[in-house]
Design a protein. Structure first.
Length: 186
């Protein structure tokens, strides 16, 4: 019965749309369509880029640090890898990438170059220079005082620190060419 009623309504609608029923002042428009969507092409996502973390820094005690003249970037002169401290973070280049950590031993987190502080990224040429001329700073002092030293421009009063303009960089270039990263730790 319901099927017959549906057929009657469908037939009436068909007759009205075809104009076979008498004229009246009302018009009815009926539109029936079947939509077939265009197929969606799904491309597989590119595999994520994986940056291998550098090997851990294995040293028996926290490293002594030295400030790089003309900057407030500190480095560990007695460690075999480039290890920097700047603004409360440890920084380390490895295989063309930069890594950051809260602690000198890691864990190391990949950091996009735009997020590496400019003073760390662009060290002066020959920054390794002659480390025996740099004042050594014990790890505990550095961790406890770096903010105040920078705020008060502590190293600006040290003649050895300012000597970077007067040939402090005599010797081989053991570090980066113009701070860009020719040597990094593989």
């Amino acid at each position: 019965m319901v099927k017959k009623a549906g057929l009657v309504v469908f037939g009436a609608a068909l007759l009205v749309s075809a104009g076979l029923v008498g004229t009246s002042s009302a018009r009815v428009n009926l539109s029936i369509g079947i939509g077939i969507g265009t197929p969606t092409v799904v491309y597989p996502a590119a595999p994520p880029v994986v940056y291998p973390a550098p090997p851990p820094v294995v040293i028996p005690a926290p490293p002594e640090m030295a400030v790089i003249p003309g900057t407030y970037v500190y480095y560990a002169p007695d460690v075999d890898v480039n290890l920097f401290f700047y603004h409360g973070f440890w920084w380390r280049p490895y295989r063309g990438c930069w890594y950051r950590s809260r602690y000198y031993r890691g864990p190391w987190v990949y950091t996009v170059p735009a997020r590496v502080p400019r003073p760390v990224m662009y060290l002066p040429p020959h920054w390794r220079g002659r480390p025996e001329r740099y004042e050594r700073v014990p790890y505990g002092e550095l961790r406890g005082h770096w903010r105040r030293w920078e705020r008060d421009r502590h190293w600006d009063r040290d003649d050895r620190w300012r000597d970077h303009d007067r040939g402090w960089h005599d010797g081989d270039d053991h570090g980066w060419h113009h701070g860009r990263g020719d040597r990094d730790d593989d």
